[in-house]
Design a protein around this ligand. Structure first.
Ligand SMILES: [Zn+2]
Length: 497
């Protein structure tokens, strides 16, 4: 207690060794004037005369001290003579009760009935960690922020589709440029190839003739597509011609071999001089029966005589008769006509061969002339193509410049428009926030874990002290209003001043 009464019934403050009496029960009080706690009175023997009053703590005394002295520890009595000490009674007859420890619903109801117009100040310092207090302003401001950021995330950026179109056009144009550049490069390499082929035209012709010769098995040097194309055009004309000449030469060679073989065969027979003419000794079977007229027969007995008898065969029958006595005779034939004829044939073959060679050698300048013409035309055509491609390329460069400038243009517009929209939306958001701050300033929601259910019955206003320089007024279930202790005190003391 902050006050006792003296023997005259006057309220007195504690002083060392001072005597005082309880306002309520008249019992003696001891002045506690220590160095730690503020000075106060206490009943002797630790008893408390008002059963409603718990053991008084520093918290109680400090709170009471904030009010005028004549408001503190005021005795109230009801019509039945029941007396209690009100912690504070203001000039407007409001009782303020400071409650430190838990009390039952019954106690709350009884006290509210006794004091009538009253308020509770509850010490929440011991269980402040069980109070989860959230500022309504903070919560609502956070809601506004997320609401606006969500809305802006849904909103497409202005000029987005225009920028995307311009970017796609840049990509497409770049691809077209790269394709044309590749095409120009390809034509350049064709020109190089044509030029190289022109410079090596003689060896090219050799290679072509070899290639077109069906019997040639050498490697193909000209497999680059543009040259292959040109060769294809010439091939149809010359391949047949070349192969026809080569085949004829081959046939002539074969014929000559046969003729030479025949001459060698004739030479391999023994010579025999008959009637001053050179003949060849031929075996009986070396003749055919049809060629009996060419056969001259000499008896072996007469062979070495100076004038041997030359017998003639006049019929096939005679020829066959000689067959039975062939060991007794020498058969000979005059081959001079045959030799002469064969040699003439070989000569003719060689003439033909010579003609074919001449014909073949005339092919080369013809092919060369045509190849030169086709290659030169190819080069001219390629140069014309490059000119066309370069015109296309220049157009594409202009197009690209336009695409890039479009993209810059729309990006700039986007930046401006976005800034404008942001400013507007920011303005609107700030207005909403100001509105919230105005409407919900000092308002809080709370969760009170393990809240004592007894307080639910309280009808008097409840203020919660959490040990700060403000109180929370539970202004409706689940909601708090922050009020500074200064404001709280001024509110009740107003009438005093
Ligand atoms: Zn007492």
């Amino acid at each position: 207690m902050n006050f006792a009464i003296d023997t005259d019934g006057i309220k007195i403050k504690p002083e060392p060794n001072k005597k005082g009496f309880c306002q309520l029960c008249g019992g003696p009080l001891i002045a506690h004037c220590g160095q730690i706690y503020s000075w106060h009175w206490k009943h002797q023997a630790d008893r408390d005369c008002d059963p409603w009053h718990e053991n008084e703590t520093k918290w109680h005394r400090d709170w009471k001290s904030r009010f005028p002295e004549n408001w503190q520890e005021v005795i109230l009595e009801n019509e039945f003579g029941e007396k209690h000490i009100a912690d504070i009674k203001t000039v407007t007859n409001t009782v303020i009760e400071f409650q430190n420890s838990p009390i039952s619903s019954a106690t709350i109801e009884v006290r509210e009935a006794f004091y009538g117009q009253m308020i509770w100040v509850v010490n929440a310092t011991p269980f402040v960690e069980r109070l989860d207090i959230r500022s309504i302003v903070t919560t609502k401001l956070r809601d506004i922020d997320s609401q606006y950021s969500y809305a802006s995330s849904l909103e497409p950026d202005p000029y987005d589709s225009e920028i995307k179109l311009a970017q796609k056009a840049i990509t497409d144009t770049n691809r077209n440029i790269s394709n044309i550049e590749k095409a120009i490069e390809k034509v350049h390499s064709e020109i190089n190839l044509f030029t190289k082929t022109l410079q090596q035209i003689d060896s090219t012709i050799e290679l072509l003739i070899n290639k077109w010769n069906q019997r040639y098995k050498g490697s193909n040097f000209y497999n680059e597509p543009p040259v292959t194309r040109i060769i294809g055009a010439l091939e149809n004309t010359y391949k047949l011609e070349i192969n026809s000449i080569l085949n004829q030469k081959l046939e002539l060679n074969n014929n000559r071999k046969v003729k030479e073989e025949l001459l060698r065969f004739i030479e391999s027979h023994k010579d025999i001089l008959i009637e001053g003419e050179m003949h060849k000794v031929i075996k009986y079977n070396g003749f055919t029966k049809e060629s009996f007229r060419n056969i001259k027969v000499i008896s072996k007995l007469e062979k070495d005589s100076l004038f041997p008898k030359i017998l003639r065969i006049n019929s096939e029958g005679e020829y066959l008769q000689y067959g039975y006595n062939q060991d007794k005779y020498i058969f000979a034939g005059d081959v001079s006509q045959l030799v002469l004829k064969t040699k003439l044939e070989i000569q003719n073959i060689e003439t033909d061969h010579q003609k074919l060679n001449e014909e073949f050698s005339k092919l080369k300048p013809r092919i060369g002339e045509e190849l030169q013409k086709i290659l030169s035309e190819g080069i001219d055509q390629s140069i014309a193509n490059i000119k066309k491609l370069e015109i296309d390329l220049n157009n594409l460069y202009s197009e690209l410049a336009k695409n890039i400038s479009d993209e810059h243009h729309f990006s700039r517009l986007q930046t401006q428009e976005t800034a404008k929209i942001q400013t507007e939306s920011e303005h609107e958001k700030q207005n909403k926030k100001l509105e919230i701050m105005k409407s919900f300033k000092g308002r809080y929601t709370y969760d009170w874990k393990h809240k004592r259910p007894s307080w639910r019955v309280a009808k008097a206003p409840i203020f919660i002290d959490i040990g700060e320089d403000y109180l929370f007024h539970i202004y409706r279930k689940g909601y708090l209003k922050k009020i500074t202790i200064d404001t709280f005190l001024r509110h009740y003391q107003r009438s005093k001043f």
